[in-house]
Each structure stands twice: as structure tokens, then as C-alpha cells.
Design a protein around this ligand. Structure first.
Ligand code: AVJ
Ligand code: FE
Length: 369
């Protein structure tokens, strides 16, 4: 049953794989197998995990066939084998790894060819999962100083600075019932958002430099207790990737690789605050005036990651639900490293407040008095 839907899905699976393989093509075996940073998996783990996820969801669950490699399921399960344990384990590598990726793909395409993509949800999830891991892999490449970890294209010209005022009122947030969305984007629901101002563009490197030079990392008053303790313990004096002289690239570019703690302190220094995710989504869909430069850096919000009213885990609770609570903060938008397919105004990303391997920046907000 080679329908148009099957060929579009097959095409998207192949595109995702082309991008994954292009990312690792310039790397040596040693670079693929090394633990470059205690936060990150070896790149060979990401590759095996991408295939194991496809084995589970497209071969086993969707196709109702035996796993291609039952013996690898736990090894590549993110919860069974947490990141810190991933250095010491005998992952597939070299030809055996590429053979496994290829074997899973072959079987998934065979099932797709025979039965079509059904409602398309599981295939879309697997395609997006691979794309998400491409961004994770770029974070590893960034920390390792390897090619692919920083934007290749020159900085786009910075947009005009300034504030956009969004009047108060109710707004619908989240994804509607049709089409693909991650579970945490549903259900679509209405919330009341008081009037606020939001910055037209993300904070630039040049502005962040003023913060550094103005004692941003030295003066206590702008930092939360937790943020200050983190900054002191790890001796943080500038965004990750900067040298003592400043940013590695253009002053005009949005600042990148800042933690939520730094973003929060910077906002206080600016006599502003971070937007809530409801404000962010309202502003991002505001048609009278457009937010500039969405999608260059992830934008930290003040919101904790939680389920929308009526949330239901789908298709598994380890995608979102296990991260709900007061530990993780939400980031909105996308980064230069985010695949086109993942970019939408309802997408919710999340990370711990101390993390800066992520391609994260800041867009400020303010109350309207
Ligand atoms: C949505 C980026 C936070 O990397 O932990 C990948 C995406 N989930 N594999 C993550 C994800 C399962 C997730 N983020
Ligand atoms: Fe994953």
C-alpha cells in the first residue's frame, strides 16, 4: 500500500537520517565514542538511542513485530541508563552501530510500505525524536568544540530594539485536537493574561557585555539565593563559550548559552523580568506587531514545566510528565539548531535552571503600569 502518505513519511524519515549522518560524518571514531562532558552522552549513544526508539515505536508498537534487537532496549532507554552511566557501557560503535540503525530503518520502512502510516502520529513522533536528538548532539559538539556546535551562517542583522505592548485579555494557548503535537502542548485552553510589554528582540551579546562590565556576576542584589549559590560554586563569570574578552562572535547576535539563573539575574539588572510562557505564546501569535528573531535562540521563561489543565500523557509518560514540577523551567521558540519540523509557537522545551549547554538566550518582559 504505497500511498502518498506513506511516501511522504518515508521521505521525512530519510531526511532525518541524512541530517543525523551528516552531523557525525566529519568526526573520528574516538570523537564519536568519547564522553566530552559529564552532562552529555557519547555521540554513539545518541545514534543507538535514535535507532532503539524507532525499533520500539515503529517496529514493535506500530508494526507489532519483535524488536530488531531486544537485547539493546534497556541500554538505550534514557531512564534505564541515565546519562552519567553512559560512558562506561559497551554501546554499539563502528559498523555494528550503523548496521543496527540500518536494520531498524529497513524494517520500519517495510511496515510502512505494507500498512501505511495509520494516523501518522507515531511516525511523526519518531521523525521529531531524531530531529530533537540532532540538537542534543549539537550541544555535545558545542561543549567539545567540534564542528556543528555553533551556527555556521553569519549573524543575521539584529532587529530594531524596543518594547511591544500587548493589551490584557484572554488568549487560547496550546495545540488544538488535530494534527501532531506533543502531549504537553494539549489541551488547548483559555487563560487570562494581563497587559504586559515584551522586548522586540532577544538580548544581544553587546548588552550582556554591559551586564558583565557593570558587575553583573559580582553584585549580589540581582541574583536569587539559588542562582547566587550556583554562580559561586561553579565560579561563573560570563555565558558558557565566552572568553575573558567577551563573546566568541558578533555583539549583535542574541546572547547564547546562559542558564535560567543568569537570565533571571540579567532581567533584574535590566529592571525587567522574564516573560511567563503564556505571555510568550500570546506575544508570538500577536499579529499587530511581530516579535523579531524568534527561532535563533531558545528563550527562557519564568514558568515551571507543568501539564495544562486536563493534560494526558501520550503516548508515554517519560516524554513530559516525569519532568513536571518545580525543578524545570520552560523555554520557548527554537534555536538555530532546531529542525524546521519542530518549529511552532506551541512547542514547549524545558531544562534545569543551571543548564547552559542548551542554545538558550533571553527575551525580556515588563509589567505595564
Ligand atoms: C524536549 C529537548 C527536553 O532532550 O530531553 C529526546 C526531547 N525526549 N528524547 C530531551 C527528548 C526524549 C527532550 N527535550
Ligand atoms: Fe530520546
Amino acid at each position: 500500500m504505497a500511498t502518498a502518505a506513506s511516501s511522504a513519511v518515508g521521505e521525512a524519515l530519510r531526511d532525518a537520517r541524512t541530517r543525523t549522518l551528516a552531523l557525525v560524518a566529519p568526526l573520528s571514531e574516538a570523537e564519536l565514542e568519547a564522553v566530552h562532558d559529564p552532562l552529555m552522552s557519547p555521540l554513539v549513544w545518541d545514534l543507538g538511542h535514535i535507532a532503539a526508539y524507532e525499533d520500539l515505536w515503529l517496529v514493535h508498537r506500530y508494526g507489532a513485530r519483535a524488536l530488531v534487537r531486544e537485547d539493546l532496549a534497556d541500554l538505550y532507554d534514557a531512564f534505564e541508563t541515565p546519562r552519567p552511566a553512559r560512558g562506561a557501557i559497551p554501546f554499539l560503535r563502528g559498523q555494528a552501530l550503523y548496521d543496527y540503525m540500518g536494520a531498524v530503518r529497513e524494517r520500519a520502512l517495510e511496515i510502512l510500505e505494507r500498512t501505511g502510516p495509520g494516523d501518522g502520529v507515531l511516525h511523526e513522533m519518531v521523525i521529531r525524536h531524531e530531529a530533537q536528538h540532532n540538537e542534543t548532539m549539537r550541544q555535545t559538539l558545542f561543549l567539545a568544540g567540534l564542528p556543528g556546535g555553533a551556527p555556521a551562517a553569519p549573524a543575521p542583522p539584529a532587529a530594531r530594539d524596543g518594547w511591544i505592548e500587548i493589551p490584557g485579555g484572554s488568549v487560547e494557548l496550546g495545540a488544538g485536537p488535530d494534527g501532531f503535537a506533543f502531549d504537553n502542548e494539549r489541551p488547548r485552553h483559555r487563560v487570562e493574561v494581563p497587559s504586559f510589554r515584551i522586548a522586540r528582540r532577544p538580548v544581544t551579546n553587546a548588552t550582556w557585555m554591559h551586564f558583565v562590565e557593570g558587575g553583573g556576576y559580582v553584585r549580589r542584589e540581582w541574583w536569587s539565593d539559588e542562582g547566587w549559590a550556583w554562580k559561586q560554586e561553579y565560579d561563573i563569570t560570563h555565558p558558557e563559550g565566552w572568553t575573558a574578552d567577551g563573546p566568541p562572535d558578533h555583539g549583535d547576535r542574541p546572547v547564547m548559552h546562559v542558564s535560567w539563573f543568569e537570565a533571571d539575574a540579567f532581567a533584574r539588572w535590566s529592571e525587567a523580568r522574564l516573560p511567563t510562557e503564556a505571555e510568550w505564546e500570546k506575544a508570538a501569535t500577536w499579529t499587530q506587531e511581530r516579535l523579531a528573531q524568534i527561532g535563533d535562540v531558545w528563550e527562557w521563561t519564568s514558568s515551571h514545566f507543568g501539564g495544562y489543565p486536563g493534560f494526558a500523557a501520550h503516548p508515554y509518560k517519560e516524554y513530559s510528565e516525569v519532568f513536571f514540577g518545580d525543578r524545570h523551567r520552560v523555554l520557548r521558540g527554537a534555536s538555530w539548531a532546531t529542525d524546521e519540523r519542530l518549529r511552532c509557537t506551541t512547542f514547549r522545551n524545558w531544562d534545569l535552571p543551571q543548564r547552559r549547554q542548551i542554545f538558550s538566550g533571553v527575551r525580556l518582559a515588563k509589567d505595564v503600569h
